[in-house]
Design a protein. Structure first.
Length: 571
């Protein structure tokens, strides 16, 4: 996991560059019918936005004199073989379509697995509003060989279902075995464990439709291994409704688990709650932590995690769970805790996963709850001073800053991005066009501050998503470097490590520091251990360490070695 790796910035190294440009993987053609969208072709345009272009605008064109004047199309190169592409159509300027799966859901398509392919996306109607809906007989197909093998499904007793948007996620029509469908598994065994069901589904041609499989024994919802990356799809499977009358969804394994020998693993789950304790979201005295996954129907029966009061880190909670499944099978899970955010669930979109091994036990690495690294949080309340230069400032609404009548405001993630609660800055020094405010950033807040300024309290410094980002580099009090209105600066978290020539047993060292980052030294890169200089942490700087313009510097670091190597570390 990324959160468990150490991040380094080393002052000496070799930078390798390549000017080669990789070819795109797939030539994708977009097509959308705007006949029911109420578009004015004389003043409006149509574009496709998605993960393929960072949700920018790829403009589509139509043929006004052709037989389908409201069909807008466009072809472009898209990278990402075998991945799921998310996209939507937009009436410019800025009117995104809302599709039938919900306003936050995106259209989805799986790109070809091989390079150099072409893909024509389904022709859809903007907002999934066709002149009249189509009705398609959709056949679902599920391979239950491994679920029978591990005892999760009993033929003749258990019932499987295909649940989805089309049937309100209800268990209405049970799937039945089709003995004529034979499959040869990876071990050469021929099985006839395919279960099928056909549903009559009405909707808009090409619409993205979610579904999952369910076994009534143990109320067992599957957790497919593949995830689209769309936080609104809940790890569901999907298909795009055909424009014809019949359609077959490809055969898949329940839980994407193929037939394999069964193994029993005693799995140790571990989660670090330090960040939640630090920001006051979790109380170790009264709080509870659980691990929830497909192995306990996501919460029943309850699996409590406990901490060790005698451990060096008392905020690590553990549970040992016996899991039986096929070797190579994926088990999916998340941690749950008595915190208010996200109804107690971890907040990242994807579930965590583990793979069943041929041994008898495995200890999973410690992860941070919600992947929030405590080293990225302020260890103490800190008074942070913001200063902005308003010279020649003009808002995105064309409001021109006039120091005689205009006011300057501040909003950011530490204020929950509510402009009604924005903070008024004062002119300092009086008569200049510099405006300033001190804000007490509480312990447990992110070290990185994301914020914007405003003329007259309106979100008008820059377009949505374009913010200032700076780190708090010392605790207690800290003055951010001067900002300029309309110049959104993303400050690096840490780095810029540099060392000068040693002289008289001392060497000058400087770097961009912050709380949670400290210096290490070593005399020989081929042997020995790195030595921590913990007092160079941005939260503790002292003893000859000074902070200048956001840099924490060591002046004349003493060294008796013939050579000394330095690096920065963020655990």
């Amino acid at each position: 996991m990324r959160i468990n790796s150490k991040q380094y910035a080393i002052w000496a190294g070799l930078l390798l560059c390549s000017a080669a440009v990789a070819p795109a993987d797939t030539l994708v053609t977009f097509q959308v019918d705007m006949s029911n969208a109420g578009i004015d072709p004389s003043s409006q345009t149509v574009s496709a936005h998605g993960t393929f272009n960072g949700w920018g605008a790829f403009e589509l064109t139509n043929n006004p004199s052709g037989s389908t004047p409201y069909l807008y199309t466009g072809t472009t190169n898209v990278a990402g073989n075998g991945t799921v592409m998310q996209y939507k159509y937009v009436i410019d300027p800025g009117t995104y379509e809302g599709i039938v799966e919900g306003s936050g859901h995106n259209r989805l398509i799986t790109l070809p697995a091989t390079s150099g392919a072409s893909l024509i996306l389904p022709k859809v109607y903007f907002n999934d509003t066709p002149p009249s809906p189509v009705t398609v007989a959709v056949t679902f197909q599920l391979d239950l060989a491994q679920q029978i093998n591990v005892g999760n499904f009993a033929p003749g007793t258990s019932l499987p279902y295909a649940r989805g948007f089309y049937n309100g996620w209800a268990a209405d029509v049970a799937m039945t075995n089709d003995p004529t469908i034979l499959r040869t598994n990876q071990y050469g065994l021929v099985t006839s464990n395919i279960y099928v069901a056909t549903y009559s589904i009405s909707g808009s041609p090409g619409q993205t439709t979610d579904y999952k499989y369910y076994i009534d024994t143990g109320a067992n919802w599957e957790s497919p291994a593949a995830n689209t990356g769309d936080p609104n799809d809940n790890n569901n499977r999907f298909f795009n409704l055909s424009g014809g009358t019949v359609q077959a969804v490809p055969i898949v394994f329940f839980n994407d688990a193929p037939y394999a020998p069964v193994a029993t693993n005693d799995v140790t789950f571990q989660v670090d709650m330090t960040a939640q304790v630090l920001n006051g979201a979790f109380d170790p005295q009264t709080g509870t932590v659980e691990v929830r996954g497909n192995f306990n129907s996501w919460g029943t029966p309850q699996i409590l995690c406990t901490n060790d009061p005698a451990a060096l880190n008392t905020n690590i909670y553990k549970a040992v769970v016996r899991l039986m499944d096929g070797v190579g099978a994926s088990e999916f899970y998340k941690f749950w805790a008595s915190v208010s955010a996200n109804s107690g669930w971890e907040t990242m979109a994807d579930n965590r996963s583990l793979t069943i091994i041929s041994g008898t036990s495995q200890v999973l690495p410690v992860v941070f709850f919600s992947n929030v690294d405590p080293y990225d949080l302020l260890p103490a309340d800190t008074l942070v001073t913001f200063t902005v230069n308003m010279t020649n400032a003009v808002g995105t609404d064309l409001e021109v800053f006039d120091p005689s009548v205009s006011t300057v405001w501040l909003d950011g993630d530490f204020l929950n991005w509510t402009w009604s609660s924005a903070i008024l800055l004062t002119n300092n020094p009086i008569g200049s066009e510099l405006y300033q405010i001190g804000v007490l950033i509480p312990k447990g807040n992110s070290v990185a501050l994301t914020y914007k300024y405003s003329i007259n309290g309106i979100d008008n410094e820059a377009p949505s998503g374009q913010n200032h980002v700076r780190d708090v580099r010392t605790t207690g009090t800290y003055a951010l470097p001067l900002d300029t209105f309309g110049h959104q600066y993303g400050e690096p978290s840490f780095g810029q490590l540099a060392a000068g020539r040693a002289s008289g047993g001392r060497v000058p060292v400087s770097w961009l520091g912050r709380p949670g980052v400290h210096l290490q030294t070593k005399a020989d890169l081929s042997s020995g251990s790195w030595q921590d200089l913990l007092n160079t942490d941005g939260a503790n700087w002292a003893n000859g360490y000074s902070s200048t313009n956001g840099f924490i510097s060591v002046t004349n670091y003493p060294t008796s070695a013939a050579k000394t190597f330095f690096r920065l570390i963020k655990p």
